[in-house]
Write a new protein. Structure first.
Length: 94
């Protein structure tokens, strides 16, 4: 009787694929239900944050003009990291 209940490797793999796909679809349903119920509110933008962003925007424009060529490519030996470092320094001085 136990010999009749044995599965072939192909049957076993088919059942395993079915089980995993079922688990994945259940997980997706749960994740979608959670995300629709719990939507985090965006962080409130304060005056300080807004002014800091404006200053950084101006500083980035200055840093880009300093470290880029007329055609828009970076000058030799400079990287995007250099531009951001300079912009942060310029922002502090504003």
């Amino acid at each position: 009787m136990a010999r009749d209940m044995m599965l072939t490797p192909d049957e076993y793999m088919a059942i395993m694929r079915l089980i995993t796909s079922e688990r994945e679809s259940e997980g997706e349903k749960e994740a979608l239900a959670k995300s629709s119920v719990e939507s985090p509110r965006p962080k409130r933008v304060t005056k300080t944050m807004r002014s800091s962003r404006k200053k950084l925007s101006k500083a980035l424009k200055q840093a880009n003009t300093r470290y880029r060529n007329k055609n828009g490519s970076l000058k030799k030996g400079k990287s995007q990291a250099d531009i951001m470092k300079l912009a942060q320094r310029l922002r502090k001085r504003m």
